[in-house]
Design a protein around this ligand. Structure first.
Ligand code: UGA
Ligand code: MN
Length: 244
């Protein structure tokens, strides 16, 4: 089985650094197919070069966020859901290019700024339908995690500092879905209509229920991914001929 890692990305000074880190993590894993979707009008040399240098099996797409969606709120930090068009473009690519029953794998939304332990990918290989695990440094706690009943091995709820009563109080980095499910439920997509902070819950609701979730990472006792966010660098001058 192949792990399809879907990475939306957009230009800012740290873009090449982020994508270099991610691609070099993925180099340590077997059977990866990296799908990189630029939030841009056309493919950039930065992304093209990181992908080709990585020699990973990869698909490079573009899907630009409509500018009116980007800054709907007066507070730019509260701009609407990120990654919507990009993740949908990747889902469309999977549905157009892979065959249900023939192609096997799992699909993971791998944002470009998070930090991933390579052990996470061994966990994903165990997924039958939808696997879940804790995510560090998110949701207002040291980590957000599904609560697992140790005797039944089932998810009974969630610990999160941010709307813990969501149907699935899980960050985008905290789950992966079998390719079979992605290919069979073709109308499952992201949308700007989804309520704030509810993208993950609404998307997962297309595929599964809390009772069916497969808790991984030692019954959700280990943190193998961190929701790190890179500080925006202050760049006050440009050295000609040196590309970052
Ligand atoms: C959190 C979640 O971890 C994201 O998965 C979720 O998409 C996001 O909230 C949301 O509310 O939409 P956060 O760290 O705030 O994450 O989001 P970013 O890491 O800035 O963006 C998520 C992904 O979208 C990244 O891979 C980023 O490169 C990409 N992105 C971001 C774009 O393609 N275009 C943008 O304008 C901004
Ligand atoms: Mn992020």
């Amino acid at each position: 089985p192949i792990i399809y890692c879907i990475t939306p990305t957009y230009w800012r000074y740290v873009q090449r650094a982020e994508l270099t880190r991610i691609s070099q993590t993925l180099k340590l894993i077997q059977n990866i197919h990296w799908i990189v979707i630029e939030d841009a009008a056309k493919k950039s040399d930065i992304v093209r070069n990181v992908i080709s240098e990585s020699k990973l099996i990869a698909t490079h797409l573009v899907a630009q966020t409509a500018s009116f969606e980007k800054f709907k709120d007066k507070n730019p930090k509260a701009k609407r859901h990120r990654g919507v068009e990009q993740r949908n473009a990747a889902l469309n690519w999977l549905r157009d290019n892979l065959v249900l029953g023939k192609d096997k794998g799992v699909v993971y939304f791998m944002d470009d700024d998070n930090t991933y332990n390579i052990k996470l990918f061994d966990e994903m290989a165990k997924i039958k339908k939808v696997g879940v695990w804790p995510v560090g440094l998110v949701g207002g706690l040291n980590a957000e995690t599904p609560i697992v009943d140790r005797t039944t091995g089932k998810v009974t709820g969630y610990r999160s500092g941010w709307l813990p009563n969501r149907p699935f109080a899980i960050d985008m980095a905290g789950f992966a879905i079998s390719l079979d499910l992605i290919l069979s439920i073709k109308n499952a997509n992201f949308s700007y209509e989804m309520a704030k902070g509810m993208q993950e819950s609404e998307f997962l609701s297309f595929f599964t229920t809390k009772e069916e979730l497969e808790p991984l990472a030692d019954q959700c006792t280990k943190v193998y991914v961190w929701h790190t966010r890179t500080e925006k660098p202050k760049v006050s001058g440009i050295i000609p001929g040196l590309e970052v």
